[in-house]
Design a protein around this ligand. Sequence first.
Ligand code: PEP
Ligand code: MG
Length: 778
Amino acid sequence: MTDREPKKERRTPAQSWRGTADARPTSPTEPALRVFMRRLREILDEGGDGQARLDKIVLQISGLMVAEVCSIYFKRQDGSLELFATEGLNPDAVHRTLLKRGEGLVGRCAELGIAINEPDAQKHPAFSYRPETGEEIYHSLLAVPIMRGGVALGVIVVQNKTLRVYSEEDVDVLQAATMVIAEQILSGAVAGVGTAVELSKSLAAVIKGEVLSEGIALGHIVLHEPRVAVTNLLADDPQAEHARLETAHERLSETIEDMLRQEVLSSAGAHREVLEAYQMFASDKGWLRRMRAAVDEGLTAEAAVERVHNVTRAQMLRQNDPFWRERLRDLDDLSDRLLRILAGRTSAAEDLSALPEDAILVARTMGPAELLDYDRAKLRGLVIEDSSGQSHVAIVARALGIAGVGGAHRIIERVSTGDSAIVDAETGEVHLRPSPEVIQAYSDRVRFRARRQQRYQSLRDSPPVTTDGVRIELNINAGLLVDVPHLDEAGADGIGLFRTELQFMVAPSLPRFEAQVEMYRKVLDAAGGKRVVFRALDIGGDKALPYVRHPAEDNPALGWRALRLLIDRSALLRLQVRALLKAAEGRELSVMLPMVSVAAEVDHVRAMIERERAWLKAHGSSGPATLRLGAMIEVPAILYDLDGLMRRVDFVSVGSNDLMQFLFAADRGNPRVGGRYDVLSAPGLRALQSIVNAGIRCGVPVTLCGEIAGRPLEGMALLGLGFRSLSMSPASIGPAKAMIRSVDATRVAARLEEMMTRSGIDIRAGLKKLAEVDGVEL
Ligand code: PEP
Ligand code: MG
């Protein structure tokens, strides 16, 4: 054996007891771990100050584990770790040694929430040496996070001079200690320590995320499905705890099976796949066995759930496989559900009645249906730790008009129910416990926004006509039935883009034929005779359906998506087309194809639509009175065959979000490159102009339904290029109308023409100047 090879010392806690005089099992049958926990509890219950008790705890643990060092670090408000107590390190380092967030092995342990077991810690690249601690003589290190509700409050560390590999039992002992300590800290029993942890929950703070759904909301935090705090750790009657655990576990399995059977969306908000994963977990024998073993050691059923959750979570975090990372969510959720059952609360529903009038919902993750469970009238804002603007819940938040911020990293550990908060879903910031000055500033902004909305409201019945008399058709983009009423509220001409895939994304399984017919019929009914352009399913890329298998791709935006996918999966398209034809019986039906790359693709789909039409006729359905088939212009190649495309379609719509990302080769979802190019530059504008010109040449109506349609300055440029029809989010209709009614389209066209022919001109600045001079409302 070489010097470098760790000397494996294996001690079980029971063996280690021999080393301690004051914590011996009181009876031969009492589990050693339980005795240890009881002893820790006794220490914490003793009088005296918090520091003295922590000092006793580290002494106790170092004795039990035959470790030369035992230290406790607690997390401070800024995420750094402060050495609070030590046995073995230099006592002067206590309250002086600070590790930055994620620094060293200890910081890493807290950051990742996992145990770190290193026989030669000093050789580890992440090791951070602190001379004031005198730790240079210690080699082996075992660090275990002090977790509560999936959040690390601190870290317990043991160290030895030898190259020791700590055993699973050692990890168990420290885990047990962390549970007792976490419980005591959160109950405020250890004065002076609790403040360091709780401080982060009392000060003002700003968390930066990304905008999910635009708006500003002031209100009070409500935690979505708050965790049940486990306060009672040690069981008086182990048999009774076993019975409670078994009953709760059975109940959990039944609930999941029920959800699966009925595929209910309402409270679960989960898709079938998710539920199946839950079921797999819930019926996992190992999970139940580990919880039973923890009860055997003397824990209550709740403490057993919490303990197994913490340990399993740490093991799963060590896996690099994304599959296991995803399963982590299932584990968190299942443990939470089990704890709620044990606490006699079966769902979050009973808390819904207690929702404040100005609720700001904070969730780790959330499904779209779960959001719909809440009372819309009381919801002001939504903040989610793990979510992007593309997520399903973001789509629903936008449809409901709730200000939403996603990617709010670690917000849950920094808030409590009832805290005041402001969601600024213009900048993506969440202000926690804001000062009166900040509240005042935001109240002013909310009033300003409301005044602006009122002004737009007053334009509702005024036609969108430019000062030189050009009538512009204004349509809204929609995707859910709840969007359709915006058509009338905004005073728009129709729905220029109905993203049918959104209905599919919020459904737990592929909507069947009848369900689709009903969905489309409701949309047409709600539109009350105004034109609705249904876009065929635009899935793939960033829009996945949970029930459609999709291969991993290196470049999903350029991959198997939209029309390409529909042509390959013809059954999917056929079903949708048939449902649309049936729903629009006796009315006009407009269908638009996403991402047409080659004009001939339109022939393929048209032939298929005609076959479906004939089939429906043969089965007694008259089909739509008129059928319009359109193509989205999103792929640059089609710009070079516009006449070929226009010959085959009844209308085109420019999907400028995709067209510009492909034209400038800049991912629309990547903030590093997304904002690098300017649509209002000669290349972007020329591409758009060529489409308008082709439309005029071929007599085919042209519209534009990308985000730029809703931005007043860009919209003004589009009028100058000759666009006479635009489609945008409902909230943009007011600002667009105000711009249109104050602009002279002929003057913009002339100025634009002049700027586009001169190289190096800042067209955006030129247009702004023109708007200023002419008094265009932007
Ligand atoms: C577009 O690409 O401009 C468009 C409207 O489609 P989506 O944003 O749904 O891809
Ligand atoms: Mg698109």
